[in-house]
Write a protein that binds this ligand. Structure first.
Ligand code: ZN
Ligand code: ZN
Length: 342
């Protein structure tokens, strides 16, 4: 099969590699689409532990072979699978499988979705980590299940009060999904900040009350002006930026909530923050990572019902051979979500 290998910062190579076999107890699938995630972009730009591997985790695929002993799946089923976790540690038992102590160490390492074929691990099938996707959802739209599930997880960490003012730093697909969900939560004033005008223009259709270009305007001054000196009730960092993390604390009003949704590159996670703001303003700063199966089911339902306009968010589709172009598009600000179709 053809597959895209992440060879190191700035290098993705599409080449032939032996077809995977159907694992006993698992599934063999043909990838319909796999979208480029911000974390893939971060790996592409700054490197990551996934060097040498086929990456891509926003995958939707069709079952072409069912492994020995598998029940409940048949050839032709469309599936997406979430990360395998142990089910035994205290976090899994509490339903927070995204924080599993054995995450990434149990069930085998899944192959990424930037490939023609992809095995679904027996541990995913047996552990109930596979979501069945109805036939009428376009594959590129279904790739939003994973990022939307993560955004649902992030917003579950916040306490929502009707009319809360919300600022989101980063107007990429994740920022826009946060905006859509924040409005559904009953947000009051919404502010979207980005450094690229093209991105802000693409985001305008999703109805934020204010669009700010952080390279020309000071988002801290502007949000205080918008809220008449109060500051924002909720600030969500949806971009890979230490500066944005520092600004988020400054934009928050008293008793404000700050969600660090996006991580920083593994090589440079240290940031200088004014922690006096947390102290004197009684801020609540929370993190969020990944998502759990329950949130995948909820995300699928939202996409199915059209609560999230997937067609407006997935703006581009490229072939597997053109994946590098897809990464450039995603990075440029000219695209929102870019789906790769083998
Ligand atoms: Zn993702
Ligand atoms: Zn666990």
């Amino acid at each position: 099969m053809r597959a895209a290998f992440f060879e190191g910062p700035g290098t993705i190579v599409v080449r032939d590699t032996p077809d995977p076999v159907c694992p006993p107890g698992g599934l063999l699938t043909r990838v319909e689409a796999c979208a480029i995630c911000g974390s893939d972009l971060r790996s592409f730009e700054a490197g990551s532990k996934h060097q040498g591997q086929i990456i891509g985790h926003e995958t939707i695929a069709t079952v072409i072979e069912v492994g020995e002993g598998v029940r409940g799946f048949k050839v032709g089923d469309r599936v997406a699978d979430c990360p395998v976790t142990c089910g035994k540690c205290k976090y899994c038992k509490a339903g927070s499988n995204n924080l599993c102590l054995q995450r990434g160490r149990v069930g085998g390492r899944p192959q990424g979705g930037f490939a023609e074929l992809r095995p679904v691990l027996a541990s995913a099938v047996q552990g109930g980590f596979v979501v069945k996707v109805p036939g009428d959802i376009l594959p590129e739209h279904a790739t939003l299940i994973e990022p939307l599930a993560c955004v649902i997880n992030g917003q579950e960490k916040l306490v929502w009060r009707p009319g809360a003012s919300v600022a989101i730093l980063g107007a990429g697909p994740i920022g826009i999904l946060h905006l859509i969900l924040a409005k559904r939560q009953g947000a009051g004033k919404t502010v979207l900040v980005d450094l690229k005008d093209e991105r802000l223009e693409l985001a305008r259709q999703f109805g934020p009350d204010y669009l700010l270009n952080g390279s020309r305007q000071d988002p801290v001054d502007e949000t205080f002006r918008i809220t008449r000196g109060e500051g924002m009730d909720i600030v969500i960092v949806a971009c890979v930026s230490a500066r944005a993390q520092a600004q988020a604390l400054e934009m928050a009003g008293r008793m404000g909530q700050v969600l660090f949704f996006s991580g920083l590159p593994e090589t440079s996670p240290m940031v200088t923050l004014n922690t006096n703001l947390i102290h004197y303003h009684e801020l609540r700063v929370v993190g969020a990572r990944s998502s759990v199966k329950r949130q995948w089911d909820a995300a699928l339902e939202m996409i199915r019902l059209g609560a999230v306009d997937a067609g407006a968010i997935v703006t581009h589709t490229v072939s597997l051979e053109d994946i590098v172009e897809g990464f450039e598009l995603a990075r440029s600000g000219k695209a929102l979500k870019v789906a790769v179709k083998p």
